[in-house]
Design a protein around this ligand. Structure first.
Ligand SMILES: C[S@@+](CC[C@H](N)C(=O)[O-])C[C@H]1O[C@@H](n2cnc3c(N)ncnc32)[C@H](O)[C@@H]1O
Length: 383
């Protein structure tokens, strides 16, 4: 159900509160995507710009990339398939969207480069919205990749250099882009957001702003909340407009819209700090990670309308197995220096396969690609 509109007395940083107040203007109301945008990405007060590292075991949350280098190894295998499909070009471009602290980039390159012909250069482009993490991801790669084999650079957007062929990868990007929250009231959808007062914010409802198609479903029970992320759909349109040949692979947690409406009537918005959901997300704005499940129905529809074709839409476990995780695991287990290290490798692989239950992989081909029958529905990961 929708959060009760009772006031909270948050201790959110004053700079952030000021910005939210300015954004809200005289109406005093902000749709929630505007709040997420400021709280996560404001260059001065955004969570992703803070001095504390948000990602990894010492941060607030970890992703599959931090769970094991096997994740990067498996993604490298998928990237290599595209390298072959493109006819083994002398320069192979990989664009990573939202590389965070650079963990995936480091592991992917470590696994990929030894497989490439010595005459091939990998152009690795880091597209990271947070200035702090853009620096961190570039620094994580310093001295890691042989400059004769890999050219690493940062870009403001996937579209910066115009159309290209190659491999686009984004892990847990789409759950972190600003999302809107809609609430069902008296048979209609309303916008859920914040009323920003002089010293505090509180949940509030306003008229529904413009939404791109597809149309919203008839609102079910009163109070049900649905999150949608037009900004995530825009990222897919940008891919469709610039990726000429190759593939774009998005890994993220999420569900189809009917599953969200039935299984998560309160919505899926979560604020996480130190690996735990926080009790009062509004009190932690600017200091906690904010995310929502990806609405795969809307995302896939946006992809189709933009001309992208699904090569696969499967659960993370199934994708990793297809990309050769079992063989990579055995290789790494054999190379372990002790039995304890081997057990750790195997446990990390188990976590990748069974600990990311709602994670799905959307593997897209650019407009005009000839694609064999795509997969239909992701199989849930076994417990
Ligand atoms: C949840 S983190 C995931 C980081 C990394 N991919 C991983 O798997 O560890 C989301 C990342 O996406 C970045 N991000 C969000 N929106 C973005 C955008 N529009 N373009 C590029 N990066 C973005 C964030 O700054 C953050 O680094």
């Amino acid at each position: 159900m929708a959060p009760s509109p009772s006031p909270t007395a948050p201790s959110i940083p004053s700079g952030l509160l000021e910005r939210l107040r300015a954004d809200a203007g005289p109406r005093g109301f902000l749709p929630f995507d505007r709040v997420v945008d400021r709280a996560l990405y404001d260059p001065e007060t955004g969570y992703y710009e803070s001095a504390e590292p948000p990602l990894g075991p010492h941060g607030d949350f970890y992703t599959a990339a931090h769970a094991s280098p096997l994740f990067g190894g498996a993604v490298a295998a998928r990237a290599f398939e595209e390298f072959e499909r493109l006819g083994r070009p002398a320069r192979f471009r990989i664009v990573e969207l939202g590389p965070g602290d650079g963990t995936l980039a480091r592991d992917l390159l470590a696994a990929l480069v030894p497989r490439m012909p010595p005459t091939t250069t990998v152009d690795y482009v880091l597209v990271e919205r947070s200035r702090r993490l853009a620096r961190a991801s570039a620094e994580a790669l310093l001295g890691v990749a042989d400059p004769g084999r890999v050219a690493i650079r940062r870009a403001d957007a996937l579209s910066t250099d115009g159309p290209f062929s190659g491999f686009v990868i984004a892990n847990e990007l789409l759950d972190a882009v600003p999302f809107r929250r809609l609430v069902a009231r008296d048979g209609a959808w309303r916008e859920l957001g914040l009323r920003v007062g002089p010293a505090a914010v509180e949940w509030a409802e306003g008229p529904l702003g413009a939404l791109p198609p597809p149309a919203l479903p008839a609102p079910p029970r009163d109070g049900i909340v649905l999150e949608v992320a037009p900004a995530a759909e825009a990222i897919l349109r940008e891919v469709a407009d610039h990726l000429v040949a190759g593939a774009a692979v998005f890994v993220d947690y999420g569900l189809e819209e009917p599953e969200l409406l039935l299984g998560h009537p309160e919505g899926t918005f979560a604020a996480v700090r130190a690996h735990r959901p926080v009790d009062d997300p509004l009190a932690e704005l600017g200091r906690a990670d904010l995310s929502a499940f990806v609405n795969f129905t809307r995302l896939r529809d946006a992809a189709r309308r933009a001309g992208l074709t699904e090569r696969a839409y499967v659960g993370q476990a199934e994708a990793l197995v297809r990309w050769g995780l079992p063989a990579l695991l055995e290789e790494r287990a054999r190379a372990s220096v002790s039995s304890e290290a081997e057990v750790r490798v195997r446990l990390a692989a188990k976590n990748l396969l069974f600990g990311f239950g709602t994670f799905r992989v959307l593997d897209l081909a650019p407009p005009g690609s000839a694609v064999a029958t795509p997969d239909a529905t992701p199989s849930p990961a076994a417990p």
